[in-house]
Write a protein that binds this ligand. Structure first.
Ligand SMILES: Cc1ncc(COP(=O)(O)O)c(C=O)c1O
Length: 375
């Protein structure tokens, strides 16, 4: 703790914190904070979620209206709305309409991509750490997973990725921005990498956090798919659109590749989800609001990291990764006492913590708690 007061003195003193939130003694079971989450006071059992990179503002209200209304006809199959949505997305991306498929989240396509490469055996190359879905399905079907450590500055090195490739490599997975480390891969070198590597292996680029990126050195690789059957791009509505449990995601790929990918799909999305997505993707204003709030929240965290001299990764997504200098589980458990849930422990970086952005006022609450407990 920075200040020379004990935790108990501070708690018993019921300090009013910067955001106007009151804290009282968690240990004695008294009210912890006036802050609410999902309509109930925050607590260990109802924490502010800063752990799954979710959208703290939820689904666009206009999309929500359409989703709810759509349930009135959800007893009927609908075979056309998917095409309407994928055509709309293809036009927004400037890629051919037959290069887009919609599914139940991008996780579905990660699993399918892993399976598509996994059945061939051989090696799947991934950075370490990164998002794990593709490796699970690829390994389950027989692929050997080669994990390439990130650099000292926690960026992904394309040179190291290329060096790790073997004659048996069937797939290279890149998450851009990466997760749990929200860094990006520079666009020109990434394009060169995709064009070269796709001559011999599938390149899967997971762009789940695409909409949050503000760095000019970033670019989607969606423009490559029409002419390169060995490139798959994945997107999701789970993040900026708040559709985590509505389930909408996309794969962009050459029509021949999509045909193969479809054979490994296990689910479909629903009419209400499709209807909601059409409205949400059209509403650029709401998306801008979410991104602006995200960066406002990140700035609150950065200020604390600077003040406490903690190393952190400037984010291009809705989460950041910082060097707590103590086991991530210790931080997680302590913050949970105050009704804040942050990310789990990553084996490669056990004393780093991933924090998903919540609303700015919630970030201020985190900062107060963190500084007092660990500052
Ligand atoms: C990098 C990355 N890809 C994919 C996903 C899965 O998203 P979806 O909800 O679309 O399955 C996530 C979820 O957190 C993610 O972080």
């Amino acid at each position: 703790m920075t200040e020379k007061i004990t935790r108990r003195e501070w708690l018993v003193g019921t300090t009013a914190i910067a955001s106007g939130v009151m804290l009282t003694n968690a240990a004695s079971g008294q009210e912890m904070s006036e802050m609410m989450n999902m309509g109930k006071p925050i607590s260990k059992d109802n924490p502010i979620r800063m752990t799954n990179n979710e959208n703290p503002y939820g689904i666009n209200p206009k999309a929500m209206e359409v989703i709810l209304e759509s349930y009135k006809v959800a007893h009927l199959y609908n075979f056309t709305m998917g095409r309407k949505l994928t055509n709309m997305i293809a036009d927004m991306e400037g890629i051919p309409q037959d290069c887009v498929v919609v599914g139940a989240g991008s996780g579905e396509f990660l699993m399918a991509s892993g399976a598509l490469c996994g059945v061939k055996g051989g090696d799947v190359i991934v950075p370490n750490p990164t998002f794990g879905s593709i490796t699970r399905s690829a390994a389950a079907l027989g692929a050997n997973i080669i994990r390439v450590p990130v650099e000292e500055d926690l960026t992904i090195s394309l040179t190291s990725m290329k060096n790790a490739m073997t004659p048996d490599t069937t797939c290279v997975y890149l998450c851009n921005p990466n997760n749990p480390i929200p860094s990006i891969i520079e666009k020109t070198s990434l394009e060169e990498f995709c064009l070269e590597v796709s001559k011999t292996a599938m390149v899967v680029i997971d762009e789940a956090y695409y909409e949050y990126v503000r760095d000019d050195n970033f670019s989607t690789m969606a423009h490559l798919v029409a002419d390169n059957p060995n490139i798959i791009i994945l997107r999701t509505a789970s993040k900026i659109h708040g559709f985590a449990n509505v389930r909408i995601g996309f794969a962009f790929a050459h029509p021949d590749t999509l045909k193969e990918l479809r054979t490994f799909r296990s689910s479909t999305t629903s009419f209400p989800a499709l209807m909601g997505a059409v409205v949400s993707y059209e509403d650029k204003e709401y998306q801008k609001f979410i991104v602006d709030k995200n960066y406002e929240s990140l700035e609150i965290l950065y200020e604390m990291f600077e003040e406490l001299g903690l190393r952190y990764i400037k984010s291009n997504a809705n989460f950041t990764f910082f060097h707590a200098g103590r086991d991530a589980m210790e931080v997680r458990e302590k913050l949970l006492e105050y009704g804040i849930l942050v990310g789990r422990r990553y084996d490669t970086h056990p004393d780093w913590v991933r924090v998903s952005t919540a609303k700015p006022e919630e970030m201020k609450y985190l900062v107060e708690v963190y500084k007092r407990e660990f500052g």
